[in-house]
Design a protein around this ligand. Structure first.
Ligand SMILES: Cc1cc2nc3c(=O)[nH]c(=O)nc-3n(C[C@H](O)[C@H](O)[C@H](O)COP(=O)(O)OP(=O)(O)OC[C@H]3O[C@@H](n4cnc5c(N)ncnc54)[C@H](O)[C@@H]3O)c2cc1C
Length: 502
């Protein structure tokens, strides 16, 4: 097929797919509903001269090897080290995670154990990287990818391979207890295991999430998500892709032969296309833009079953002055939650349809490295808050939103004295606001939970795991596909390569 390709959504994955396809000489149009490009990674103005560089704030998951071919350096992309992370503690000065090093008051021999943990992650990365940089191996498919997967595992050596297989099904709680003595260190590391999941540290399988997060973390993009979006969009345009904003797709049109014929935009405009590549979440693609009545029954059931229970809220603060650790060091990244029990209790709230009264906060101060985000003498604080149930008992309203904002600020203020008095403005986004502003089902930050049955060849469903779908000419390229959510460019690049037969 060599006709027109319509890409739905100008988030980072849609743009990545468009850049690859246009570079291969295909005729590509990207259609984005919002006025700006970037989706969840778009730079947003939340008050006066205060901006956040995207709803997300980490860019350490970008699959660099996959996007090398796009030569994004030509379009302004540069890499930098991730910031040091402060894990504050009420009774002392807490810990600092500085890449492979750790500082602070540590339990007996936890420094040695941390070094061994980092070394294990570095070794295991060799087996995880090829999995994240290729379409998922399918147990029902060709034998070669399965053989390669097994070979990569075996190449770790018997000891690491067995350890990896042992840890995968474990809970983060049990794994962290095996590894470390200090509770502050256990909690600081475990916090990333629960992002984008419906799990607490005691949930079986949560150790696999932590392992994946650790193994896939690398350099960050200088300037954050907004810089990545500008570079990928620049690459797509330079290769001739047409990019339109303010254009919401209302329907994917499918012919009587079950093949796509194009898309229809709000207002009635029709764009004919032989291939449609959708970066919005799978439920939106199949249930809203096509309609379950037009899908094979099994596919409609499987798509309906995808779990998209949003549990993450976002709070943006405009503050005067900066955030400093107890020792006076400027803080660019901070994680609250002093114990694994703190993390578990925060998750309890989501289970019962509530807002945690003491959420676990993942905080960034992006204006420290990008002063253009706010006026001089001020800073922007970007806070990911876990957990607040999208399906709240009762329902979300302004009172609930205020409660969420209050508990987030109170939790952060435990470590940043005088914070409340320095707040110039704030924006509070509940999961339901994320759902309505950004068009993601359930307000889920990853377009679908990261859980063992929703990863690899089961993401988003077995029929659609390799980007192609049972609807001929329709491909998926968003975070709902392998290698999953987060700012990775992975699904976009792999979907494009699949279409191009590479
Ligand atoms: C609060 C929050 C914090 C996060 N923090 C991090 C983080 O720190 N690090 C990290 O790696 N990940 C984080 N994530 C996850 C990450 O942002 C997403 O997984 C990723 O950005 C999704 O990219 P995408 O291109 O697949 O989809 P999206 O960014 O969702 O892009 C899809 C695009 O499709 C458009 N669209 C939807 N429907 C239509 C339609 N009908 N017509 C036309 N266009 C349409 C949307 O407007 C959007 O632009 C966070 C997410 C959230 C919500």
């Amino acid at each position: 097929m060599s006709g027109r390709i319509a890409v739905i959504g100008g988030g980072h994955n849609g743009l990545t797919a468009a850049a690859f396809l246009a570079r291969a000489g295909r005729d590509v149009v990207v259609v984005e509903a919002r006025p700006v490009l970037g989706g969840l990674a778009a730079r947003e103005n939340f008050h006066g001269e205060f901006f956040v560089p995207g709803l997300l704030h980490h860019t350490s998951g970008v699959r660099r090897r996959l996007i090398e071919e796009l030569d994004l350096g030509r379009f302004g992309l540069t890499w930098c080290d991730p910031p040091d992370v402060w894990a504050p503690a009420k009774g002392g000065s807490g810990l600092w995670l500085r890449g492979d090093c750790i500082e602070g008051s540590l339990a007996y021999r936890d420094d040695e154990r941390f070094a061994a943990y980092r070394a294990f992650i570095d070794r295991v990365r060799r087996a995880v990287d090829p999995v994240m940089d290729a379409p998922p191996a399918d147990p029902k498919g060709r034998l070669w990818p399965l053989f390669t997967l097994g070979l990569n595992l075996r190449r770790l050596g018997a000891k690491d391979m067995v350890e990896l297989l042992r840890i995968g099904p474990m809970s983060t709680f049990d794994w962290m207890h095996e590894l470390f003595q200090g509770e502050r260190l256990r909690a600081a590391l475990a916090a990333s295991a629960i992002e984008g999941t419906f799990a607490g540290p005691r949930s079986p399988g949560s150790a696999a999430n932590l392992l994946i997060r650790e193994c896939t973390a690398g350099a960050e993009v200088q300037g954050g998500p907004a810089s990545l979006i500008s570079a990928v969009a620049g690459a797509a345009r330079s290769h001739g892709a047409e990019i339109r904003t303010h254009a919401r797709v209302s329907r994917i049109t499918v012919g009587s032969d079950s093949a796509v014929t194009g898309i229809e935009i709000d207002g009635g405009e029709v764009i004919r296309a032989d291939i449609v590549v959708a970066s919005c979440d799978p439920k939106t693609v199949f249930l809203d833009l096509i309609g379950s009545e037009y899908l094979p029954a099994r596919l409609a059931t499987d798509i309906g079953r995808i779990r998209t229970r949003g549990t993450t809220a976002k709070v943006h603060l405009a503050i005067s002055g900066s955030i400093e650790s107890k020792d006076g060091e400027p803080v660019e990244a901070l994680r609250t939650g002093e114990s694994l029990d703190d993390l578990e209790r925060a998750f309890d709230a989501a289970k019962y349809g509530e807002i945690s009264s003491r959420p676990v906060l993942d905080v960034r101060v992006p204006s420290l490295s990008d002063p253009d985000l706010c006026p001089e003498g001020h800073h922007v604080v970007s806070i990911l808050a876990h957990f607040a149930a999208r399906d709240l008992r009762g329902s979300w309203n302004d009172i609930q939103r205020e409660t969420l904002g209050r508990v987030v600020i109170e939790t952060l203020a435990e470590h940043v004295p005088g914070l409340s008095e320095r707040i110039v403005a704030r924006e509070i986004l509940s999961p339901i606001d994320i759902e309505s502003h950004y068009g993601v089902s359930g307000g889920h930050i990853y377009h679908g939970e990261h859980a063992p049955d929703q990863l690899l060849f089961m993401r988003p469903t077995i029929q659609c795991a390799k980007y192609a779908t049972p609807i001929r000419g329709l491909f998926l390229c968003g975070s709902g596909s392998h290698p999953g959510g987060g700012i990775t460019c992975g699904p976009g690049a792999l979907a494009a390569k699949t279409i191009l037969g590479q």
